[in-house]
Design a protein around this ligand. Structure first.
Ligand SMILES: Cc1ncc(COP(=O)(O)O)c(C=O)c1O
Length: 387
């Protein structure tokens, strides 16, 4: 390749765009949710070096606060650079070895993603499936354990595609009894729904920054316990993904502080502030706030004659699926809310495409005024879309 400086620069792609201006949005969809203003302030601070003693001590604070949010003592708890899917892939990449039997419980879109990832890491993937809107019983999981004898079982706690919260009673004990590791997706539960990694005997977990934590997307909290670490240490081969190899990452996040990749320092400023706010509010209070706002939303929607897709005992406080009434074009209605009022709600995914709207009340956005706003919009605008 020539190193000669050409006499003229090709300006075809040089466009005179104005400075960025983002429309104001109230994000009441499946995520991202709006960030807390104080998190946005933290993100806008000047970066420091990723090995600066100030930053190194902030990393420890983020880890401690993540342990609180997840209710765990796990040493290996850190935010992966990347979104929830990066942390999801990190759990699989570190633990799965070719030929391992991995059982995935699929009851929505994200269970399929887990199964796909395990397959890419050459696991022998077995699945059990439920309709989108249902949860698994302990008995169904136990039967699958007898049949497949997995060494890793993966399940989604809060299925964002359906609005179902999977009851976790007994699953941890079952995994221990069968000498199987338990992997839990907590992307739509962390911060908003009761969650106890250690008490529930969860061996591997991941989450995201942009939902219950009120931070923008960009970090994927990740945590594994000693049982999972043991499997990792006994691997026959290297973790096949360099970027997500937690042994390498822990040389940076642990006491050695060896450079791995340039940390997204501002994202970590943001999540530190988000987690600090969660701790200040207290987990129990945050869970109760999410629950009471969700209940107000459910009551309001039902009094407008709308139906919720999920039975109340399985409903997620962070994400509600509302059945689109016959004759209404769900997509046109949500576009109307976005274009006319700057309010985002989500549509259905996969099996529920065209059948439900998804309304998120997560983190900073789980507040009474937002419940009132969306209910008022349904009341005034939906009749315009009914035939
Ligand atoms: C349950 C669940 N798991 C995983 C993901 C993937 O996270 P991300 O989109 O941040 O990569 C999502 C995203 O919404 C999710 O809802």
């Amino acid at each position: 390749m020539s190193t000669e400086i050409l006499s003229s620069v090709d300006n075809r792609h040089k466009k005179g765009f104005g400075a960025i201006s983002v429309p104001e949005r109230l994000l009441l969809g499946p995520g991202p949710s709006n960030s807390d203003p104080s998190v946005l302030k933290a993100l806008a601070l000047n970066p420091v070096g990723h090995l600066d003693p100030f930053y190194v001590s902030l990393m420890g604070e983020v880890q401690e606060l993540l342990r609180y949010a997840w209710q765990t003592d796990n040493r290996l708890t850190l935010p992966m650079s990347g979104t929830g899917s990066a942390a999801m892939e990190a759990t699989i990449a570190n633990i799965v070895e070719p030929g391992d039997t991995v059982l995935i419980a699929i009851k929505g879109y994200f269970g399929h993603r887990l199964a796909d990832m395990a397959d890419r890491y050459k696991a022998k993937v077995c699945t059990i499936e439920k309709n989108w809107g249902e949860a698994f019983s302990l008995e169904e999981i136990e039967n699958a354990f007898e049949k497949y004898k997995p060494s890793l079982f993966g399940i989604v706690h809060a299925e964002t595609s359906t609005g179902v919260c999977q009851p976790m009673n007994g699953i941890g004990d079952l995994c221990r009894k069968h000498d199987c590791l338990l992997l839990l997706d907590t992307v739509t539960s962390l911060g908003g729904v009761p969650l106890y990694l250690d008490d529930w005997k969860i061996d591997l977990a991941y989450s995201c920054s942009q939902k219950g934590l009120s931070c923008p997307p960009g970090l994927g909290p990740f945590s594994i316990n000693e049982r999972a670490e043991k499997k990792l240490n006994n691997r026959k081969g290297k973790v096949p993904n360099w970027y997500l190899d937690v042994s390498l990452l822990n040389k940076y996040w642990g006491s050695d502080r060896v450079y791995h990749h340039t940390a997204p320092v501002n994202m970590n400023f943001g999540i530190r502030e988000a987690l600090r706010l969660l701790a200040e509010e207290g987990l129990e209070n945050s869970w109760a706030r999410h629950r009471s706002n969700a209940e107000a939303l459910w009551d309001g929607l039902q009094s407008l004659g709308l139906e919720l897709h999920v039975p109340i005992d399985l409903r997620l406080p962070t994400l509600s699926t509302v059945c689109i009434p016959p004759g209404v074009n769900g997509k046109e209605f949500s576009l109307h809310l976005l274009n006319k009022f700057g309010v985002e709600i989500g549509g259905g995914l996969g099996d529920l495409a065209g059948k439900v709207w998804r309304i998120g009340l997560m983190g900073y956005n789980s507040r009474q005024e937002n419940v009132e706003k969306i209910l008022n919009l349904f009341e005034s605008e939906l009749p315009k879309f009914r035939n």
